[in-house]
Design a protein around this ligand. Structure first.
Ligand SMILES: NC(=O)c1ccc[n+]([C@@H]2O[C@H](COP(=O)([O-])OP(=O)(O)OC[C@H]3O[C@@H](n4cnc5c(N)ncnc54)[C@H](OP(=O)(O)O)[C@@H]3O)[C@@H](O)[C@H]2O)c1
Length: 341
């Protein structure tokens, strides 16, 4: 039986959910691909690193982290040491998003490409800040580079366009891409006070400890940029998005919208105007009957307008961490398909 070796950079919510899915599907992968997918390295920021070229016992690693919070037999060295030195075929980039730079994830990915390793990233920073350069490096090195999880978790968006909308040109992308702001706006409309919404959202895990990057529209701008770079060759970075967050939206604004039978949503849009892609993220009045008005709480939607297939929309309904894991898993399967194909 063949082997595919993965190095996991980051072993937090996404990394652990992905590890659980790999364990669940181990037998099915082996049967379908005649390949054992093993994890040969795990890097974290504060819990230590594991390295074993014969394959880490993933179930034991998960148990150890949940019981002790760190790896007892940690290998010393930096994350970059793992990128440049460990024995793996696919680097899986799952470190936290640095929304204003995309680093150090961009350097992790470049390091893997230099060694002719495939890369799967759940981290959108590199796609928003350095997509052109990374895609070119992957092509030059003859390796796969997949990033489905970076926008709407495992929901097929990039794959939808690339694999099923052959030769259709995307001319406009729009949608609701940030669930934190969607949740806050909906709770405000339901009459709840802002402080209580934030406290409850944090308790339920919908809102990060530092929600400013969501509330001020930076996260939505990064996701929109990633979509525009890949699907519309926009060659842009998130700082070129005309961005307004929801921080100044008041209950009075929401009530005024309701009087017009509308709601307020943080809408992302990118389209060709005068030969270049123009991108905006801003609070927008949406009529109640519109698809966007039905996207509630932690759900999200993206609409692609194309020349050959008109406009089509994909909705992700209230995802859990398992949908993030599936996005990463699906990309690893694409690597397997590519290697076997
Ligand atoms: N969670 C989701 O639903 C979701 C959905 C789509 C995309 N993503 C993306 O997936 C990535 C991971 O998300 P997450 O929710 O798993 O985050 P998380 O729970 O905060 O976990 C991040 C992991 O990365 C580790 N880490 C931090 N800096 C590192 C470094 N320089 N080198 C190596 N490891 C490092 C952390 O180490 P410690 O354990 O020591 O802190 C932790 O294990 C992010 O880029 C996120 O935007 C997440």
């Amino acid at each position: 039986m063949k082997e595919l070796k993965l190095a996991l950079l980051g072993f937090g919510n996404a990394g652990r959910a992905f590890a659980r899915l790999l364990l669940d599907k181990e037998a099915e992968i082996e049967a379908r691909y005649d390949t054992r997918v093993i994890v040969t390295a795990i890097a974290t920021h504060s819990r230590g690193n594991l390295v074993d070229p014969r394959g880490i016992d993933l179930a034991a690693a998960l148990t150890e982290l949940s019981e002790k919070g760190h790896f007892a037999k940690s290998v010393s060295g930096t994350t970059m040491d793992i990128v440049t030195g460990a024995d793996y075929d696919v680097l899986v980039e799952m470190t936290p998003l640095q929304i204003l730079t995309g680093q150090p994830a961009i350097d992790h990915i470049k390091g893997a490409f230099r060694r002719r390793k495939h890369v799967v990233t759940a981290n959108k920073g590199p796609i928003a800040w350095a997509y052109d350069q990374l895609a070119q490096m992957a092509q030059e090195q003859g390796v796969f580079f997949f990033y489905e999880t970076t926008v709407m978790d495992g929901t097929p968006v990039f794959n939808l366009a690339e694999l099923t909308l052959k030769m259709a040109r995307v001319t406009e992308i729009s949608g609701i891409l940030n669930t934190t702001t969607n949740y806050i706006l909906e709770e405000l409309a339901a009459g709840k006070p802002y402080d209580k919404i934030i406290a409850t959202g944090r308790k339920l895990g919908f809102i990060e400890a530092d929600a400013a990057m969501d509330i001020e529209g930076y996260d939505a701008a990064a996701k929109l940029t990633a979509l525009l770079n890949v699907l519309m060759d926009a060659h842009m970075t998130p700082d070129r998005v005309d961005r307004t967050g929801i921080e100044n939206i008041t209950v009075a604004d929401i009530e005024a919208a309701a009087k017009q039978d509308c709601c307020i949503k943080l809408v992302c849009r990118g389209a060709m105007e005068n030969g270049q892609v123009v991108a905006t993220v801003k609070p927008t009045l949406v009529p109640r009957g519109d698809l966007l008005a039905t996207i509630d709480s932690t759900s999200s939607v993206v609409s692609l307008t194309t020349d050959l297939m008109g406009k089509l929309s994909v909705v992700e309904h209230a995802p859990l961490i398992e949908q993030t894991a599936y996005g990463i898993f699906g990309d690893v399967l694409r690597v397997l398909d590519g290697i076997h194909g």
